[in-house]
Design a protein around this ligand. Structure first.
Ligand SMILES: Cc1ncc(COP(=O)(O)O)c(C=O)c1O
Length: 454
């Protein structure tokens, strides 16, 4: 038995090219100069030394580029499309402002996210509110702010929104989240029963139709349309095509049953990104064509007008815009087994490897021009055997004190970070045109003690 249960599954030995170009997983402005990794015209080694590590770095130009690509390739195929950035992937006030400046909306999944979007100055009319179990306080906060749409997950929630809207003498536009029964998978798509999902109204047993009838009838509710979200890190676009076919068919069934032709169809997020060099996600252009043309074709087939189309990308906007910088500490060589390279962060700033077995490419930022000739396992500093950021990955010859950059950490790392082991969370720096600005400061021990009032 291997002594480390997290390494029990051997990682398949893939041929590693030590000279492989990492630019496809790095931010768009990444370059190597005098052996150092630079992003946004800023030397990552100098930045790490100045700001301390661990540190999240986000390439602002990359984020703006992705948002523009989503807008470009969806509006290329239809005039009435909104890109609604899923803030759960990465959020702070600076990010919300970038999203708003780029003409996109912000999708919030909690009262906290809503508070940050509003504090950033995003108008409520450019915010949508999600969450599969919104509290009454969160529903009231969304209605009081005047958000564009509340996405509804259950009959119970629909009734609570109706009651809150009636109390306020207002009408709230809502979308019903429907589970189209399509589960994306790298091997195609698999039909799922709605019993299997905690999200939304399933199509089986008439639940979604019941939701639509209620949404038509309840006071204070403007039943604007439907929402779906079939998953995340999706490479196979046929999953979207299949789900769109199901959803538009259902829209027609709702029209026949209730007389209501809905105005919005939101296809959610989920477009995959490149974490590893072998990953081959679809392009935003392909996604835009499949989604928008797919909806247009299905609507034509059903004799329905084309609704306003909403897309909710999160990961694809920010993942490759981000890197995390760490300082290398202990290096532990276990001859014939593996080499552990320990860093000054870990599962508190990136839970994804422990949570999903996610894999990342790494490089030594101060030796970025050298070949990645070593295979190491990058270990975090936390008291969990599973606290490994990258298993058996190629890297340059590494020494204590080197600055390690982990690629494609812009999504679901900072937003899922924690204070486990009372680790302070890293700061976030936006880089652009040779300038670095701290947009989220590193936490201090005082921050850890602030809520500890006992
Ligand atoms: C409802 C909804 N929309 C959009 C997203 C964003 O997904 P992704 O980051 O994979 O694009 C999520 C993520 O879980 C989601 O739950």
């Amino acid at each position: 038995m291997p002594s480390n249960p997290n390494l029990a599954e051997p990682v398949p030995a893939e041929p590693v090219d030590p000279h492989a170009d990492l630019s496809s997983v790095l931010p768009l402005t990444a370059e190597i100069r005098e052996g150092h990794l630079r992003v946004g015209g800023v030397d990552m080694v100098g930045l790490a030394r100045e700001q301390g590590t661990a540190l999240y770095v986000m390439d602002e130009a990359h984020i703006r580029h992705q948002l523009r690509e989503f807008r470009r390739w969806t509006s290329f195929h239809a005039s009435n499309v909104e890109t609604v950035y899923a803030a759960k992937a990465f959020m702070c006030k600076a990010m919300c402002r970038v999203v708003h400046e780029e003409g996109c909306m912000v999708l919030c999944a909690s009262g906290g996210e809503l508070a940050i979007a509003l504090a950033a100055g995003v108008p409520a009319s450019r915010i949508q509110m999600h969450g599969n179990n919104k509290t009454i306080a969160e529903i009231e906060e969304a209605l009081d702010a005047g958000v564009d749409r509340v996405i509804v997950d259950s009959l119970y929630e629909l009734e609570r929104i109706s009651a809150a809207a009636v109390d306020r003498g207002m009408t709230q536009a809502v979308l019903l989240r429907v589970t189209p029964g399509v589960k994306p998978d790298t091997h195609g798509y698999i039909q799922t029963g709605q019993e299997d999902s905690k999200f939304g109204f399933g199509l089986n047993h008439g639940l979604a139709m019941e939701g639509a009838r209620h949404a038509c009838a309840l006071p204070g509710i403007d039943f604007a349309g439907f929402h779906m979200h079939i998953g995340s890190q999706i490479f196979a676009l046929q999953s979207y095509s299949k789900a769109i076919e199901v959803m538009v068919e259902f829209m027609e069934a709702v029209r026949v049953e209730t007389g209501r032709t809905v105005r919005d169809l939101d296809v959610g997020g989920g477009i995959g990104i490149k974490y590893g060099l072998a990953d081959e996600p679809s392009t935003i252009e392909e996604f835009g064509k499949v989604v928008v043309d797919g909806i247009k074709e299905e609507c034509e087939r059903q004799g329905l007008p084309v609704p306003r189309i909403l897309i909710e990308p999160g990961r694809a906007v920010v993942a490759n815009a981000g890197i995390t910088l760490y300082t290398v500490g202990t290096i532990k060589e276990l001859p014939g087994i593996r080499t552990y390279v320990a860093i000054d962060g870990g599962m508190t700033d990136n839970i994804r490897p422990a949570l999903y077995g996610a894999r990342y490419e790494c490089l030594v930022a101060n030796k970025a021009d050298r070949p990645r000739t070593e295979i190491v396992t990058v270990a975090g500093k936390h008291c969990e055997t599973g606290d490994l950021i990258a298993r058996d990955v190629p890297i340059q010859e590494v020494e204590t004190g080197d600055i390690l950059a982990v690629c494609a950490t812009g999504a679901y790392c900072q937003s899922m970070s924690s204070n486990y082991n009372k680790q302070v969370r890293p700061g976030v720096v936006f880089v652009k045109d040779g300038q670095a600005r701290v947009v989220v400061r590193r936490e201090t021990y005082d921050d850890l003690l602030r809520c500890d009032v006992g």
